[in-house]
Design a protein around this ligand. Sequence first.
Ligand SMILES: *[C@@H]1O[C@H](CO)[C@@H](O)[C@H](O)[C@H]1NC(C)=O
Length: 357
Amino acid sequence: MARANYFIAALSLHIIWSLCVTKLCRASDLKISRTFPAILIFGDSTVDTGNNNFIPTIFKANYAPYGKDFPGHIATGRFSNGKLIPDMVASRLGIKEFVPPFLDPKLLNDDVKTGVSFASAGTGFDDLTATISKVIPVMKQIDLFKNYIQRLQRIVGVDESKKIIGSALVIISAGTNDLNINFYDLPTRKLQYNISGYQDFILNRLQSFIKEIYQLGCRNIVVAGLPPIGCLPIQETISFQNPLNRICLEDQNSDSKSYNQKLSKLLSNLQPQLPRSKMLYADIYTPLMDMINNPHQYGFEHTNTGCCGTGLAEAGPLCNALTPTCEDPSKYIFWDSIHPTESVYKSITESLIKQFF
Ligand SMILES: *[C@@H]1O[C@H](CO)[C@@H](O)[C@H](O)[C@H]1NC(C)=O
């Protein structure tokens, strides 16, 4: 009997080992199979749950029609009609229903324990991007994180605080504004860099960012890649396309793709350099492009105009209480000329859950 058990155990070990020398094991290595006590978010409007409400900038979304489909129809500062990916991921992983903005003066201690967002709409890895939009540069979000750590330590003590941060899920999502604002639309960084050089510059900043939050105790880090930037309605408008025949800008999409390849490589190189870290690349491009190419499969009818206003240019202050909006945002990929609808965020969340958890 004991012998038989031993044989079965040896056989299972052998099978596991065989799987491990094939791709299967590597694929499962990419998964994080554990529970997270907290979620910590850094980045731009894709993950800003309301920090910009508390700083002097015009990049805000705390007024109608933003939040039209948010529980209670409240405009919280989220740049969409409903919840954002951090809320959905936190909810799917059983952490909590909403990820609050760290700058909210009414932030509860319970929310500090389970995590917050430090993100700021309009920002980028390049400090110049945030200077133009008068928001918090991603690199500066580290200062907010340090304040957060102090507050967490006061609530739970130093040791428990280290544990929470070390096992928290960290999500970083930015980069689109660096390219849009600083490279394609305004003649700033383009005078200094070609696209490849600018991508490297941004990724270099990201690498320093990751090393700093690692020093501060973060271990499980997911970094979102770029969406197909050439498909954002605003980019199509700025390139003076015929409003009746709008198509994605192939060159900008190809730049997003090459950036994503570099990002993915950077993260795989970084992981072994930072002991006990898990660095994951989140592919946003593929699921979003699939929705744009096969809208009907997802129930979408409008792929290249936003729901707010004409859908060509309105976003932020131009998408306001006086702007008429579409009747059914769930038929639209874009809520305003830059940001996806809640329906899109839901699909991307499901895709990420499949990728990682
Ligand atoms: C971009 O600029 C770098 C120098 O900064 C140069 O080495 C590279 O060849 C350039 N690439 C292209 C495609 O022009």
